[in-house]
Design a protein around this ligand. Sequence first.
Ligand code: GUN
Length: 277
Amino acid sequence: MTVVIDGKQTAKEIRAELREEAQKLGVVPGLCVILVGDDPASAIYVRNKARACKDAGFYSSTIKLPAETAREELLACIREQNADPQIHGILVQLPLPKHLDEQEILAAIDPAKDADGFLPVSAGKLLLGQKAPVACTPQGCLELLKRSGVPMEGAHAVVVGRSNIVGKPMALLLLRENCTVTVCHSRTKNLPEICRTADILVAAIGKPRFIKGDWIKPGAAVIDVGINRLEDGSITGDVDYEAASQVAGWITPVPGGVGPMTIAMLLKNTLEAAKRG
Ligand code: GUN
């Protein structure tokens, strides 16, 4: 029997928990989302983030700046948010227009307000096992594994993908849960063989249906981070779901798996920042 992990429902439950926690806190957690330019996908993400904030009883402000915004102007905007006591979390939506250096811009955010966990200080703390905001997507994957009761202690976890936003923090989180972790990437030799040894397989590659059904160990937990749009407009993950779901013990669908968890974890990071004051 394969358990299909319902990320949409889990995210809904977490958002309700966060709403309750925020009410008890006596402080309204505030998130500022800064969007530079007019990338249509980013505009949708930003709108969803603002809506989720409102639903959870959080304060949210969205700052939309034109694509040609100068570096100094954006830095000044971030500094203003750093100083605003109503704002506990700041998120600069990526990607930024090409003339802006992402690392320089992100570095202007007060680490105490790092809603995304993308700052070097936050990433460093994760590496050292210290408390810090963690990137929302891998944090959401971990939450799905925990809430589904997937055994992690001593399990072999294979993470396919080594991005700073998903693959690397995912590997560190799984290590913290006492998994034995293997990180694979585009240059990995014998990828199918390595995947077949995974008790937990996290796919974060960005290639539609790249992971085949016969790469899955029977009973494994398969977490699919991919969101790939096909020519017919439909969305598919990095895993061949039809085939993999015949073999896996647990599997996340796309859509409705990892995706909804990302925003829930963003709210969690904002609430945690508000708790720290
Ligand atoms: N662009 C796509 N996903 C994300 C995210 O999680 N955070 C930010 N800041 N930008 C993104």
